[in-house]
Design a protein around this ligand. Sequence first.
Ligand code: SF4
Length: 189
Amino acid sequence: MSNCLSVTNAVEHAFCPRFTYFQLVLGIEQREGKRGTVQSGRAYHNRHSTTNKTYKIKRLDGIKRIELILYSKKYSFSGKIDEAIEAEDQILLIERKYTDYVVIGSTLKTQLGLLAILAEENTGKKVNQAIVVFDKTERVEVIVNVTKEIKQKALLMLKKTNHTISTGSMPHSSHDNRCLNCCYRKICP
Ligand code: SF4
């Protein structure tokens, strides 16, 4: 893997591989920051990382870590862990989603798998679990076992992202509900 990608790049590739093509091959930036859902989600993340610095989910005794920017020398990618609890021998990832859509799908698994790899490589501690907090109209906490398979699939997604960039060809993707709010829908064939 020669290019230094971010976790976000691989997550977007998992959402739709054409994001990689439009954004990283053609250089067309997303205009997602203008969407209301993204802005509310950012405000929610900021609230937790700036005003709730000591608040901890009581699942594991340890030190709360926030906004860790990490790099993997082994796989050449970077990413940011918004929140985690670091215990003596393990790390618990905490991921917050401002949505009522409670699904642990491929984008979330890619994100958790890559963040776990970054945390393990940089601390030498295992990441076996994550808690995903879905919090919009109702708060739902889901425990996810970040298995070896999730980590391997996440690495594969990173590899596919790199492959799309190196070939420069537009990947196949079917049009479905994802396209309704997509910033590239007007230019996507
Ligand atoms: S319009 Fe649909 S297929 Fe095209 S980039 Fe967006 S989500 Fe992918």
